[in-house]
Design a protein around this ligand. Structure first.
Ligand SMILES: Nc1ncnc2c1ncn2[C@@H]1O[C@H](COP(=O)(O)OP(=O)(O)O)[C@@H](O)[C@H]1O
Ligand SMILES: Cc1ncc(COP(=O)(O)OP(=O)(O)O)c(N)n1
Length: 271
């Protein structure tokens, strides 16, 4: 079993953030570990408040993991400001883990900002070059590139521009477009398009966190980036299809359907 780490914020309502990441790791047969960067009081409707964890403690959490345990993949989610981002970049450069997947989380579904806009420069200059895979949604790709995205061609141009900032692979997610959600991967040579069928539901809280964690676990489990993204997209579709009617707003993605499959697999393989 591979050990996989998430460095991200806590969503007390369990749909996004650390909680979605750990559920996703577990459903992929990986051992999940977490470094918590912020405690977000949020639910399916709204973000009420954000408490950043002191930088020294985040740094200690990262050391605690890397000084003791081998790490096969790291997913990075919410980093709310410059100081935290600088320190996380410095620690990743120090420990050089493989399979770093960065979800440049900026805004929660209800519209609340989860990243200080002043941190954009650090994201572009220090975090993006550390990413084996960067997974912006369309609004995030627009902020990073400073260009509007209206078409698949625009998504490709954005992926290429972000690749040039230093990420090894860039996946621009198409969930925010109307119509079928197509995600575009650029690997520095070719574009790969991942088409999906739109599932008509309001219960999509945590889709981005789930996708980036599934890609991380898949890479840690030895899949190529192309196979990791293809399988993660299928996983998210299943998690949306089985989404839970919890809360009054955007209900969370559901990971249980995969646990049952995993249980069967382990039983059949006598693990
Ligand atoms: N309604 C939907 N039906 C099927 N797939 C979706 C739907 N909404 C989003 N996705 C997929 O979920 C993943 C996350 O997408 P997106 O919503 O763009 O990111 P974020 O959650 O970061 O805003 C992508 O693979 C996207 O294609
Ligand atoms: C603590 C925390 N981290 C990230 C997010 C955003 O997650 P995402 O998967 O993009 O889901 P939505 O918020 O868009 O539903 C979050 N809300 N909280």
């Amino acid at each position: 079993m591979k050990n996989v780490l998430t460095i991200a914020g806590s969503d007390c309502s369990g749909g996004a953030g650390i909680q979605a990441d750990i559920k996703t790791f577990q459903a992929h047969g990986a051992f999940g570990m977490s470094v918590i960067t912020a405690v977000v009081a949020e639910n399916t409707c709204d973000v009420i408040s954000i408490h950043d964890i002191p930088v020294i403690n985040i740094s200690d959490q990262i050391d605690a993991i890397f000084l003791d345990i081998s790490v096969a993949g790291v997913k990075v989610g919410m980093l709310s400001g410059e100081e935290i981002m600088n320190m996380v970049a410095q620690k990743l450069a120090q420990y050089q883990p493989k399979n770093v997947v960065i979800d440049p989380v900026m805004v929660a579904k209800g519209g609340c900002s989860l990243m200080d806009p002043a941190a954009l420069n650090v994201l572009q200059k220090k975090m993006i070059p550390l990413a084996f895979c960067l997974t912006p949604n369309i609004p995030e790709a627009e902020v990073i590139t400073g260009k509007k995205i209206r078409t698949i061609e625009d998504m490709k141009m954005a992926a290429k521009a972000i690749y040039q900032m230093g990420a090894k692979n860039v996946l621009v997610k198409g969930g925010h477009f109307l119509g079928e959600p197509t995600d575009i991967l650029y690997d520095g040579t070719e574009f790969h398009s991942y088409k999906g069928k739109r599932i008509h539901t309001k219960n999509t809280h945590g889709t981005g966190c789930t996708l980036s964690s599934a890609i991380t676990a898949n890479l840690a489990n030895g899949k190529t980036i192309y196979e990791a993204v293809r399988s993660a997209k299928e996983y998210v579709a299943g998690a949306i299809q089985n989404a839970l009617e919890i809360g009054k707003g955007h209900g969370p993605t559901n990971h249980f359907y995969k646990y049952y499959e995993l249980e069967e697999k382990y039983k059949n393989e006598n693990l």
